[in-house]
Design a protein around this ligand. Structure first.
Ligand code: ZN
Length: 268
């Protein structure tokens, strides 16, 4: 699933590519992926493309918003020239120049039209953005203190922290030398400090390398090229390989149904 760095990469690309353009047509090939009436936004100008958690938010001149969630396999492909849609194309947004293709193989992702109140409601449930000043040691102490769940599962909880998914949770816990199964409320002050620093580090690395196109290669940038952060993974999907810090063999367990990778020595 595209996580904060992947969605941020798409956001930055699209903000440059489509801001200032006008929506001239929306072709819906799968109603489930675009349940609203496209007439509400035809003719409107795109003011900016923003991100909150794993959502892309396209702000329009009529104060409405197109909010997009890519879920597991959604892709946004930007084409300056007309191109025939692929098999997984669900929505085609035509602008006064160029087209935005929403491809979604597994059909979980969606595009919705929201007004400002609806958008505020939709976004209210998310925890702080890790790259904002709200993501403080004090906040994490509070967020971790009142839960009896393992830290890895808490990191994936979008209501606690926005934007972290399986890749960056695994990477951050390895970097902070914390066992993914450790209960969040048992983390020491020192561990919380290390974990915050590690989260910031791996997310910034992810953005720097334009996101990670992991083994499934479902994540692509709007120009159809891959991100490159997968080349720098420390632990994710490296079970059976040697830990880069201590050479112990990396293990894989399932935690909350998600593949969880850790070094049994570094992350005791
Ligand atoms: Zn190790």
């Amino acid at each position: 699933m595209p996580e904060l760095p992947e969605v941020e990469t798409i956001k930055r690309y699209l903000n440059k590519a489509i801001s200032g353009k006008r929506i001239v047509n929306i072709e819906i090939l799968s109603k489930k992926q675009f349940p609203d009436n496209p007439k509400e936004v035809i003719g409107e100008k795109i003011l900016s493309v923003e991100r909150r958690a794993k959502n892309l938010i396209i702000k329009l001149s009529n104060k409405k918003t197109l909010i997009i969630h890519l879920k597991l396999s959604g892709q946004l492909i930007w084409e300056r020239k007309t191109k025939i849609p692929v098999k997984s194309t669900r929505v085609i947004i035509s602008l006064n120049s160029g087209k935005l293709f929403f491809n979604e193989m597994r059909k979980f992702g969606w595009i919705k039209i929201l007004n400002q109140n609806q958008l505020d409601l939709e976004l209210a449930r998310f925890g702080p953005e890790p790259l904002s000043k709200d993501f403080s040691i004090e906040y994490l102490q509070k967020a971790f203190g009142n839960t009896s769940r393992p830290i890895k599962i808490v990191l994936l909880d979008q209501e606690k922290i926005a934007g972290i998914g399986n890749i960056y949770a695994n990477e951050a816990l390895f970097e902070a030398k914390i066992n993914p199964q450790k209960l969040a409320r048992r983390l020491t002050a020192g561990e919380i400090k290390r974990l915050r620093k590690a989260i910031l580090l791996v997310l910034k690395e992810g953005i720097k390398y334009n996101g990670a196109s992991a083994a499934d290669q479902l994540y692509v940038k709007p120009d159809s090229s891959f991100g490159s952060y997968q080349q720098y993974f420390r632990i994710y999907q490296k079970n059976g390989e040697k830990c880069q810090k201590c050479k112990t063999i990396i293990e894989r367990i399932s935690l909350g149904g998600r593949g969880t990778f850790f070094c049994p020595k570094c992350q005791m």
